[in-house]
Design a protein. Sequence first.
Length: 320
Amino acid sequence: MSDYTHFHYLASTLKFKQLELVCEIYKYHSLLKASEHMNMTQSAATKTLRKLEDILQVTLFQRTSTGMIPTEIGLEFIEHAHIILTQLRQSSDQITSFKQGTIGNVNAGVLIDAATYLLPEIICRINARCPSLHIKVIDGLNQNLIKMLKTGELDIILGRLPIKSMDAEIEQHCLYNDTIKVVCARTNPLHHSDTIKDLQDLIDWNWIFPPKGTSLRQELEQSFYNVGLDIPARITESVSAITNIHLLQKSHYVGVLPSIFVDSSLAKGWLSTLAVRLNATLTEHGYQIKKSKSIRPSLKIFIEVLGEVANEIKCDKIYR
């Protein structure tokens, strides 16, 4: 069978329900749990999987003591199935939006630095101008968000840009440069101290650190190493902006936050900047999107407002 013939054979025989089933089995590592989630009997799910494997003429899963594990070819097929289903959901959402006379939706991934100031400002402006544009926010680590961007689960990622990669699927757009500052709450005893001069003075305090593997974590660790110190013993790792802000406000924690947030009017009422020098350099901040010939109207509006806010950030930095 030629590649062309095989493609049309699959196009005429595959069903979306089969694709959904393999994605659910991969998610739960269990045929039973997948069938329950899809409101199918286990027997029906078993038949559906067998039919799909017969069509493809490959084994997609191996049954093990720890559950159903995808084979190498199974993992490849699941990845494509996930992309197809995501694109189908997006198409369905766009059609629904068109029928209802709304603009559409944007699924935005956000890194912690953008979650504290940039994204909230964008959402407020969009809600004022285009209240029918629905925004869904997902925070996390860049490497996890990139996977979601590639599969179509996300439309855009906001925040600190990673070191430029050779990934042909992703576009990076730098909008402004920023650095980080060491902070605590004004209720923290450190706020009233005039003896805090360097990191040595903070080594025994509770710190909020970015997770391992992030560029911000590496930058922060290097600041300690450069002055002959190990990283603090008492650290809490968090990628959540809300958690970090709550810890700073409610407990005697020390942390690092982007300058644009620290210097904003939102933070001046409760945050205190500590006079501690870090090995911090200006880093690029902006957005990442998947390369495409066209951008949906809803995402275009989002990017336009993003650019507007970023320009104001740059001007504020120039004249501050």
